[in-house]
Design a binder for this molecule. Structure first.
Ligand code: C2E
Ligand code: CA
Ligand code: CA
Length: 741
């Protein structure tokens, strides 16, 4: 959600930035456009005024000349026409006249180009005779080559009478104005015209779009009757009436800008200088600028976008790296707990049972301390690979810390999970060989999570279950629901009290005598341990032996009992009491400690007890899957111990063990003794005792409680009997008293 917002805000900022750039460039462009427009119009005005001035000067210059010449003629009244024309001749060329001439008051005109015609009908003559100086409008030349002409005329006075004697005139080609107008402006795009108030065109530069037209206004209206043109014409006409100059926009073929200004032409009808420039000239001036601006805009936008893209790319990359770092376990480079949690919350419904497994290893620190941290790390990485490879679709795992891992497994049943766990254990146990490290012993706690359980809760419960098996020699995994937690609390109390109990001799050794089958004499005893609590109460062995077998404390306890018995036997020997062989229970878990034989032999030697007074009871279940036991038994034998196979027939019975392992005595379990009275059971018992005999083993019946059982065993010629029928386990003093009899 938050991520989306950040993206949205970022997009918005970019959009606004682009928009602002865009808008400001448009405003800027417009301002530039307006400015250039103004500049153009200003230039247009300047050019127009300049043109008007040039024409005015041209006219004035010629008029002044004619006036001067008229004065001259007045002074020299006597000159002949011929002489007069000769005087004119050089000036025709100088002023680019078509001709000069003199009209007598009778209307006959004499010209420099040789004409002698009656021009009395000509307006300029009539007005000249009235004393007016005239410049005619455009008219057709009536004398020479027919073309548009303007005629300048001045009256010539007779000096003596001060009456008008005739009219001096000069014919001027209109096209000469046009030459003036052809002066280049606006890099050749502009052009000029001279028009009259009614729009009739006096002179026109050859480039003009109106060239050849008679009337500017008419041409404009005929061509394009747009409202704008009409309005402009109206405004223009109004201004021209008042002899004002001004600008106008109109469209003719294309958009045009126009400047009009009156020409001081000394004529009865006002002329106007019109200067026109096509709008595209202005646009073409602006457009490179605009083009550059748009290029600039494009560059800005591209840069902006690039920056954004690069930023978001690198941000995305950084984010990816960050996410990777955040979700990667630095040691295993696999997933970490944070990732596990994240994925767990987003997990899919698969329809399978879901399990959280807490995993760690027994005494992992031993690997670090004996093989080095690097080896430890390598092992943790190898463990991760085993876990990772074992996962199925939708399953998860993470390395939490140290040698702790968490797994999320999906399975159809608890049995399936058990299978998976056992497979993992096998894979872990194969690692030490290739890694050259001590044995790896994994422990698992398994919690089946409910729909609403959080990961934290699941992991806590899985851990609780794991603590139950942690350190156990028998089990290495437990399901949370299978653990008896009240028992756990009690177990913890017992485990916590163990060291203190050993140190303060709170473990007592009781002795249960074994009798000859006829019941006449005690032949030995079994040492059975009890825990005397501070309050004097007694804890029976079934409450703590299984626990100590799991957590390994049993080795210490067995050793303690062993030593106690040795010490006691030695004491009785030294005090000349009756001494019978005592068998001591050695737990299967104690056998894991490889130096056990040497240790026990050492203790026996230290107490200097003859070895025949010390016997060892080892349960049959200890033989299962433990091939090394055979060798161990041989070593005990070699040291001189008598070995008793304990609890034979309590469920793990295997007659094969009798043959392969060398025991001296077979202790027939109470469960078989209890068959006495049952025909099949009795047959089985008989079979066993006979087999034992045939293998050279003595037999001791355990848990014998009734006279019937005793009689049956007597019949079977079983060697010894141990059971409540003869005696319960006795505290030291009672046993001492019993055997002294
Ligand atoms: P176990 O080795 O089979 O010892 C015989 C158990 O049977 C003793 O129980 C004994 O009291 C009991 N028993 C003997 N005769 C009868 C009888 O006629 N009827 C009945 N119902 N029970 C009889 P206890 O002393 O409670 O010991 C239980 C188990 O604890 C032992 O079974 C042995 O496995 C273990 N244990 C006792 N002391 C030690 C010890 O010092 N080291 C080890 N590793 N295990 C020990
Ligand atoms: Ca026993
Ligand atoms: Ca037993």
């Amino acid at each position: 959600m938050e991520k989306k917002w950040i993206t949205r805000i970022r997009m918005l900022i970019i959009a606004v930035a682009i928009l602002v750039t865009f808008v400001s460039i448009i405003i800027f462009t417009r301002a530039i456009g307006r400015e250039v427009n103004n500049q153009t119009k200003q230039t247009l005005r300047d050019v127009g005024n300049q043109n008007a001035l040039t024409v005015e000067r041209e006219i004035t210059e010629r008029q002044n000349f004619l006036q001067g010449m008229a004065k001259e003629l007045q002074e020299h009244a006597g000159v002949s026409v011929e002489e007069m024309l000769n005087i004119f001749e050089p000036y025709v060329e100088k002023y680019h006249f078509k001709r000069m001439g003199y009209i007598h008051k009778d209307g006959i005109a004499y010209t420099t180009d040789g004409y002698c015609r009656d021009l009395s009908y000509r307006d300029f003559y009539i007005r000249g005779m009235k004393g007016e100086s005239v410049i005619t409008d455009v008219m057709q030349d009536a004398l020479g080559e027919p073309e548009n002409i303007n005629v300048l005329s001045v009256p010539v006075y007779r000096k003596s009478t001060q009456k008008i004697a005739g009219v001096l005139f000069a014919t001027y080609r209109t096209s000469s104005f046009e030459e003036l107008l052809n002066v280049e402006c606006f890099e050749g795009d502009g052009y000029s015209m001279i028009i009259k108030q009614n729009g009739s065109i006096v002179a026109d530069s050859s480039k003009s779009i109106f060239y050849g037209k008679d009337n500017y206004f008419n041409a404009l209206i005929a061509r394009n009757g747009s409202k704008n043109n009409k309005n402009e014409i109206k405004a223009m006409k109004a201004a021209m009436k008042k002899d004002k100059s001004g600008t106008a926009d109109f469209s003719y073929k294309s958009e045009q800008y126009l400047y009009y200004t009156p020409i001081d032409n000394k004529m009865e009808e006002q002329w106007y200088m019109i200067t026109i420039v096509p709008a595209k000239t202005f646009q073409s001036r602006v457009s490179p600028l605009l083009h550059n601006i748009w290029v600039l805009l494009a560059i800005i936008i591209v840069v902006l976008l690039l920056v954004t893209i690069i930023f978001s790319y690198s941000y995305g990359k950084d984010k990816k790296t960050l996410i990777r770092l955040a979700y990667m376990d630095p040691l295993t480079e696999g997933d970490n707990y944070a990732y596990f949690i994240e994925k767990m919350y987003a997990r899919n419904e698969t329809g399978k049972l879901e399990f959280i497994v807490a995993l760690d290893f027994n005494e992992f620190k031993v690997i670090n301390s004996t093989c080095g941290i690097a080896k430890g790390d390598e092992t943790l990485q190898a463990i991760w690979r085993v876990i990772d490879n074992s996962l199925n679709r939708y399953e998860l795992a993470a390395h939490i810390n140290a040698d702790h891992y968490i797994l999320y497994l999906l399975a159809g049943s608890k049995k399936e999970v058990t299978y998976r766990i056992e497979k993992l254990t096998r894979d872990f146990m194969s690692l030490p060989e290739s890694l050259q490290i001590p044995d790896l012993l994994p422990y698992y706690g398994i919690y089946q999570i409910e729909e609403n359980d959080g990961v934290e809760k699941g992991y806590n419960k899985a851990n609780q279950a794991k603590h139950f098996v942690k350190g156990s020699r028998t089990d290495n995994f437990a399901f949370f629901e299978d653990v008896d937690y009240a028992q756990e609390v009690e177990n913890k109390r017992l485990a916590d009290g163990f060291e203190e109990a050993i140190a303060n001799h709170r473990f007592e050794v009781w002795y249960q005598p074994k009798y000859s089958t006829d019941g006449t004499k005690a032949v030995g005893a079994e040492a059975l341990v009890r825990w005397r609590e501070k309050d004097g109460s007694l804890i029976p062995p079934f409450k703590f032996i299984p626990l100590f077998e799991k957590n390994g404390m049993i080795a210490r306890l067995d050793e303690y009992v062993f030593e106690e018995v040795c010490r006691q036997q030695k004491e009785w020997l030294d005090t000349n009491r009756t001494v019978l062989p005592v068998s001591i229970n050695i737990s299967r878990a104690s056998l894991y400690y490889s130096s056990i034989v040497e240790k026990y032999v050492k203790i026996v030697k230290e107490h200097s007890v003859p070895i025949e007074y010390i016997q060892l009871e080892i349960t049959e279940s200890a033989m299962i899957e433990n091939s090394e036991v055979k060798e161990l038994l041989d070593r005990f034998h070699a040291a001189g111990f008598q070995l008793l196979l304990d609890d034979f027939g309590n469920g793990y019975s295997s007659l094969a063990t009798l043959n392969t392992l060398h025991f001296d005595v077979l202790k027939v379990d109470k469960s078989l003794i209890d068959y006495i009275g049952n025909e099949d059971g009795e047959k089985l018992l008989k079979c066993i005792v006979e087999l034992a005999k045939s293998l050279g083993l003595r037999t001791t019946a355990e848990g014998v409680e009734s006279i019937e059982q005793v009689r049956f065993l007597q019949n079977l010629q079983c060697n010894d009997i141990q059971g409540y029928y003869f005696s319960k386990p006795l505290p030291l003093a009672d046993y001492e008293e019993l055997i002294s009899k």
